[in-house]
Design a protein around this ligand. Structure first.
Ligand SMILES: [Zn+2]
Length: 125
């Protein structure tokens, strides 16, 4: 299995409104988000790539236009946790490229959340 990743960055605010008021994430705050797009394939294409990194530019465009300098609660129809954001970005990317295997989202230098569909034997998610 071959695996490639590309990192993207954006700035945004959010608020986890379902948390109790004493939880700091219940207040409006912002992050310098880092996103990793993970693509996997058992075979390489004729150029020797899983996929040319240059072909991933629509993912950057989507992040720039939909998420960068936005309030994420206005964009994502779920609690704006890093986990849900990873799934939101996975769904977009998987619709464009079949090699997309996972999306990872970091809100802070020490934390990462990842969405990767459950593997089922014989069925490519
Ligand atoms: Zn936060």
């Amino acid at each position: 299995m071959y695996k490639i990743t590309k990192e993207f960055r954006f700035e945004a605010s959010h608020q986890l409104t379902h948390l109790p008021p004493e939880h700091k994430c219940s207040r409006v705050h912002g992050h310098s988000y880092r996103v990793e797009l993970v693509l996997e394939s058992s075979e390489l294409n004729q150029d020797g790539f899983v996929r040319d990194y240059n072909e991933l530019s629509p993912f950057k465009t989507f992040i720039d236009e939909k998420l960068d300098h936005r309030h994420l609660n206005d964009v994502v129809d779920a609690a704006t946790s890093a986990e849900n954001l990873a799934r939101f970005l996975y769904e977009f990317a998987r619709g464009l490229w079949p090699e997309v295997a996972a999306v990872r989202v970091s809100e802070t230098p020490k934390t990462w959340a990842e969405y990767r569909p459950d593997e089922r034997p014989g069925i490519r998610p």
